[in-house]
Design a binder for this molecule. Structure first.
Ligand code: ATP
Ligand code: MG
Length: 389
């Protein structure tokens, strides 16, 4: 008797070649992230074979595979009704031991040559469970649990219930993007939503040594560790020192524009690093209207320095929603550690909330050393590789 996960994904909107590509990537990601005994594609489902592994360990890892709609932990059995009944009964007994009082059987006969149809299977197996478990009634409308029987050409899958996962697309199907990862609450969450739409990510963080210490680096790496669980490959994390650029801007440009100018420098450096690593877009944790730098005019002025598209998965989120997700992902407790990223150290006293692109370009054009300083910062980039172990 073999233990398996029956994994279901949403195929809505996926057709032809796209669908094959999606399925192949999902299977590859399950293999590398979950590390099961084997994975097969069968009848629009994915069967993850547990083998000698601990099902609890694999189940935990399955949660990190984006693109899965829901799954069931169950058994793959031969075409033998007695075994099916036996396993269904054991699953039911287990539920009753946990307090369940009603059930139903939901059989599906995908393999039409099997001699018993789904209605008869429901009746036969439901009756068997009913006779053998005390204090359990049938409730076809709102049961406490549901025994699934899925008859396929070579095997019958028997399981109890379905557990929902995040859905989305498998990481990698949408290409690669560079996440601008600060130490704050928002950007790690934005990175997760990017991955949920099929983006493989790398991260880029700007720090201000020596004002920021090793603790800030460690905080960023800890955030990366959480995100890396969702990736089938090690996470590449880039760290760039912004201090010289920040000092130069502070000394040579109007204070109210310093934040926007710093952000424009970040954009240009991010573009350089992204292009070298074949990332096709940037991701930020910006929302609309949250802080001075996130008014529509300022975002426009900042994005003007990027030739790559800037994705903002959190644009419609409010802080409560982002915080809830950060807690769910496990990034919140890391983000609230007091070690700063670059920006707080050089924040202007009264940042402009409205900016004019032409005016900012004009001011920037007089900062003669800026280009060289950006190139210097780019050359000082450091790479950390985080594995999803
Ligand atoms: P977060 O919670 O992600 O820090 P925030 O609410 O503090 O966001 P901002 O400080 O305006 O907002 O930053 C907006 C976005 O710009 C961040 O979400 C991040 O993507 C990027 N960013 C800001 N500072 C840095 C930095 N030091 N390194 C890398 N990216 C940064
Ligand atoms: Mg921040």
């Amino acid at each position: 008797m073999e233990r398996v996960f029956v994994v279901r994904y949403s195929e809505i909107g996926l057709k032809g070649k796209n669908r094959e590509f999606f399925e192949k990537r999902l299977i590859d990601n399950i293999i590398t992230i979950v590390k099961p005994a084997a994975v097969n594609k069968r009848y629009g489902r994915i069967i993850v074979r547990i083998g000698r592994n601990d099902p609890n360990v694999l189940e935990e890892r399955l949660r990190y595979v984006l693109g899965i709609q829901n799954y069931s932990l169950g058994y793959a059995l031969p075409h033998d009704l007695e075994q099916v009944k036996d396993v269904a009964l054991k699953l039911a007994q287990n539920e009753v031991a946990n307090g369940a009082k009603s059930f139903k059987v939901a059989a599906q006969r995908g393999f039409k040559e099997f001699p018993i149809n789904s209605m008869e299977l429901n009746r036969e197996i439901g009756g068997y469970i009913f006779e053998n478990v005390a204090n359990l009634k049938v409730d076809v409308h709102n049961p406490d649990f549901e025994i699934g029987i899925d008859v396929r050409e070579k095997e019958i899958f028997v399981f109890c219930g379905k557990k929902a996962l995040s859905g989305g697309l498998p990481v990698g199907v949408s290409g690669r993007a560079m996440l601008l990862l600060s130490g704050g609450i928002d950007s790690p969450v934005a990175g997760w939503y990017g991955m949920k739409r099929g983006l493989e990510i790398q991260t880029l963080s700007f720090l201000s040594p020596p004002m920021t210490t090793e603790k800030s680096v460690q905080k960023i790496l800890d955030l990366g560790k959480v995100l890396s669980r969702y990736l089938p490959n090690p996470l590449k994390m880039w760290i760039v020192p912004l201090t010289d650029i920040q000092m130069y801007i502070k000394d040579n440009a109007p204070d109210e524009y310093s934040l926007i100018l710093q952000r424009r420098s970040m954009m240009r450096i991010a573009n350089m690093i992204a292009r070298r690593n074949k990332a096709k877009a940037l991701i930020t944790g910006e929302t609309l209207g949250q802080v001075a730098s996130q008014t529509l005019t300022n975002m426009t002025t900042i994005e003007d320095a990027s030739t790559l598209m800037v994705l903002r998965p959190l644009v419609g989120f409010d802080k409560i929603e982002t915080t809830k997700k950060a807690k769910e992902l496990g990034t919140f407790d890391i983000s609230i550690q007091p070690y700063i990223d670059s920006c707080t150290a050089f924040a202007p006293k009264r940042p402009a909330t409205k900016s004019d692109i032409n005016e900012v370009r004009e001011i920037e054009s007089k900062l003669e050393k800026l280009h060289d300083l950006e190139y210097e910062a780019f050359k000082k980039r450091e790479l950390y590789k985080i594995t999803n172990e």
